[in-house]
Design a protein around this ligand. Structure first.
Ligand SMILES: Cc1cc2nc3c(=O)[nH]c(=O)nc-3n(C[C@H](O)[C@H](O)[C@H](O)COP(=O)(O)OP(=O)(O)OC[C@H]3O[C@@H](n4cnc5c(N)ncnc54)[C@H](O)[C@@H]3O)c2cc1C
Length: 507
């Protein structure tokens, strides 16, 4: 599991200020009167505030104000950690009447600046709502508080022979409510689909404090508009998710993985076709790392490196995972595939290493899951999480590198690396620019260049991380004016006073 310690950086660019994003003037800051009201609702341990009489030290508030990348920094004077949906409802009702902005916060692992304030909004952390409410072992339906950590839920359902339908590198810190609010994709989407399919019901506190109880455990329910879908991926702009009902698939009886080294990027697509055809129903992940991503993961001790002689000349890597019902059958399929790939007249791969035991399985995954962590250790990451045709992955990375080169920015004290990796099976490229520091010059060189590149390929500016505060100005590259107009109308219906996560998703 990754350690997701928050990084604070004095040199961090205040990415809000640079783009002129401010909390709306119509919203108020929390005052001592508000604090006294919150203190009458909550246990003392649920309140952190720099205001009197609580007087918490700044370093208790800092982790809630600073995002995971150290790029976005808010200025909340108060963080509340309610324990029940009724407490959430009372807080939100008060904030709506008093016009206080609220930022719902889960594990604060979001990568688009959505989980921290843009000004002095109140942070409402779901961390104290962390109980499993029920699990139906026959249907595989889990109902849990929104603040349950994804890893804790994974551990909860494992002995009951089920798996969570999503998995991501941040699983040790992110919460199921945050996952739903961001419609997180991750490493299992290829196999189990998106949360729009596996989430069956939600309990949500609306911006006026009303509790919307749609916590159904039904697989089928065609009774009118499916309102819960609006909150999946809304990034906390329409309400606060307090509980989630989710379908968990039966645990596969056997899982295996293999890391493949490829001489050319051009081999990725034919390899994907071959792997899909030969592994069919047992294929559960097809992940991509370019050479730089692999080298950074190895450099920072993420997972186990392949033998140096074997990866010489490899331009990129693919991780294939299988999950199936019978170990012998699955292993035979995987080994047959590997043999076929290696013995071909014009092999698509240089080499491949199959995991032989659970620890090797973990260390092969570590190479891929550890890339985000490795890049953050190397420098400051500008993260672009885009959907583009797989055939263009390398072109997008190369074009960005060439563009930065032409601006004279590819140098150790500016941009150190341009890296491509991601969920290749879902057409999702994580294009990361790793710099010595966040600077305006680099930001200006990257945008709108990358968004225009995505638009050229008819892609999406956010495949899975969301819009947050980082990409509000870029929404129009992927959504037309009619769609954005409707989104604004929906926001107006749910949150007419604009208190819920202001400045996020919509400008
Ligand atoms: C190492 C690493 C790997 C990652 N890998 C992936 C990946 O593979 N796929 C992927 O999709 N993402 C990935 N992410 C991004 C991030 O982990 C996900 O977006 C995750 O779902 C966020 O969950 P969280 O609980 O940390 O939410 P937060 O970061 O706290 O919040 C994210 C957004 O959701 C809102 N929110 C949070 N909780 C609630 C709630 N209960 N109700 C309403 N709104 C809420 C916040 O206001 C914010 O807008 C990764 C991040 C890291 C650091």
């Amino acid at each position: 599991m990754l350690s997701l310690a928050l990084r604070t950086s004095r040199t961090a660019l205040n990415a809000y200020r640079s783009r002129g994003i401010h909390a709306p003037a119509s919203l108020n800051a929390v005052t001592e009167t508000d604090l006294a009201h919150f203190a009458s609702i909550l246990a003392p341990s649920s309140v952190i505030s720099s205001l009197a009489p609580v007087n918490s030290p700044t370093d208790e508030l800092d982790p809630f104000n600073q995002d995971w990348m150290g790029r976005f920094k808010g200025n909340a004077n108060t963080v509340l950690k309610p324990k029940t949906v009724q407490e959430v409802s009372q807080i939100v009702k008060w904030c709506n009447e008093r016009r206080i902005g609220i930022v719902p916060q889960g594990g604060n692992t979001g990568l688009v600046g959505g989980s921290v304030p843009i000004g002095n909004e109140l942070v409402l952390s779901l961390a104290n709502m962390n109980k499993v409410r029920s699990f139906d072992p026959v249907a595989g339906i889990l109902v849990a508080d929104a603040g349950c950590i994804l890893q804790a839920l994974t551990d909860y359902v494992a002995p009951l022979d089920h798996v969570m339908p999503l998995d991501l590198g941040a699983k040790g810190s992110c919460q199921i409510g945050g996952n739903v609010a961001t419609n997180a994709g991750g490493l299992r989407l290829l196999r189990y689909g998106s949360l729009h399919g596996s989430v069956l019901g939600l309990e949500v506190v609306l911006p006026d404090g009303t509790i919307l109880d749609q916590l159904t455990t039904l697989r089928k329910d065609n009774t009118g508009y499916d309102l819960k879908q609006l909150f999946i991926g809304a990034e906390g702009t329409l309400g606060i998710i307090t509980a989630v009902s989710i379908l968990t698939p039966p645990a596969p009886q056997a899982t295996s993985n293999v890391i493949l080294a490829l001489p050319h990027f051009d081999n990725v697509l034919p390899l994907f076709q071959t792997v899909k055809r030969d592994l069919s129903e047992i294929l559960s992940a097809f992940e991509f790392l370019d050479r730089t991503a692999y080298d950074l993961a190895v450099k920072h001790g993420q997972g186990k490196a392949l033998d140096e002689s074997e990866v010489e000349g490899a331009q990129c890597f693919v991780l294939v995972e299988t999950s199936g019902g019978r170990r012998e059958h699955d292993e035979e399929k995987l080994n047959d595939l590997l043999e076929k790939l290696l013995e071909a007249d014009e092999p698509l791969i240089n080499t491949g290493v199959v995991s032989q035991n659970p620890s090797q399985f973990e260390s092969i995954w570590g190479l891929r899951e550890g890339v985000t962590e490795a890049i953050s250790k190397e420098g400051k990451a500008y993260k672009y999480d885009i959907s583009v045709p797989v055939a263009t992955f390398k072109d997008c990375v190369d074009a960005t590198r060439d563009h930065l080169e032409s601006k004279g920015l590819m140098r150790p004290d500016a941009v150190k690396y341009v890296v491509g990796y991601g969920h290749c099976g879902d057409g999702n490229l994580h294009l990361n620019v790793c710099a010595a520091a966040y600077t305006q010059e680099i930001a200006d060189a990257l945008e709108p260049f990358i968004y225009e590149l995505v638009q050229k390929h008819r892609g999406s500016v956010s495949a899975e991380h969301g819009i947050g505060a980082m990409k509000t100005h870029a929404l129009h590259y992927s959504k037309d004016a009619v769609s954005i107009g409707l989104m604004k109308q929906i926001k107006g219906i749910f949150d007419p006073n604009g208190i819920m996560n202001p400045g996020k998703v919509l400008e």
